[in-house]
Ligand binder design. Structure first.
Ligand code: GRF
Length: 204
């Protein structure tokens, strides 16, 4: 088992509470990680504010800054490389990663999904829709999944899962809040296991 400091590059779109949980874990010594840069496709997202407060570099990269998808992909990988990132963390990133970024960081891109994959994943399954689908299916439990990112939505190898109960009076919002709490725990814990070598990622 080889321990290794993670130099983390985040991609996020909105609030960034998962990014915050990981930043906090690094600060508090629960994760041997160095948050290097937060890339966001929305220039006014709260996640950028969180990053600035924590003294982490930020970049707004989107179809607004780079209308050509290939150029956007190249700018993303260039930004990550220029900050010497060795692991990429998607946290509520609402876009698909381009082929260059995926190729450069193959096997070293993690994502979190707010359900127990392989159930309730795939294209179109994001945000509130996931929790609505879980409730509509009458599931007794849901949870969060940390997985590696491949070319297919939500289909990469699963690294960690944690369950939460579904309550009879749950709404999509109440279930989402319960799931989000465990997301914050397992994302940082899984990265800590990568950092201490108990999860081995190809190319790290
Ligand atoms: C989380 O539920 C995550 O699973 C999903 O998007 C949400 C992001 O929340 N992919 P936040 O931006 O980390 O607060």
């Amino acid at each position: 088992m080889t321990a290794m400091k993670l130099r983390i590059g985040f991609l996020a779109s909105h609030g960034g509470s998962n990014v915050q949980a990981i930043i906090d874990a690094c600060k508090e010594g629960r994760l041997d990680g160095d948050p290097r840069v937060v890339i966001c496709n929305n220039s006014d997202a709260l996640v950028l504010e969180r990053a600035r407060k924590a003294g982490i570099a930020t970049r707004h990269l989107s179809s607004a800054t780079h209308p050509d998808p290939g150029a956007l992909d190249a700018a993303i990988v260039e930004t990550l490389r220029s900050h010497d990132v060795n692991v990429v963390v998607l946290a509520g990133y609402m876009r698909k990663l381009g082929p260059r970024t995926l190729a450069h960081y193959r096997g070293r891109v993690l994502n979190i999904h707010p359900a127990l994959l392989p159930k309730f994943g795939g294209a179109g399954m994001y945000g509130k829709r996931v929790h609505e689908a879980v409730l509509a299916a009458g599931e007794k439990e849901s949870g969060a999944t940390v997985h590696l990112v491949t070319d297919e939505y939500d289909q990469g190898p699963i690294l960690a899962q944690r369950k939460v109960p579904v309550m009879p009076d749950d709404t999509a919002d109440s279930l989402a809040a319960r799931v989000l709490e465990v997301e914050h725990q397992i994302y940082a814990e899984t990265l800590a296991r990568v950092a201490n070598g108990s999860i081995k990622l190809e190319g790290l």
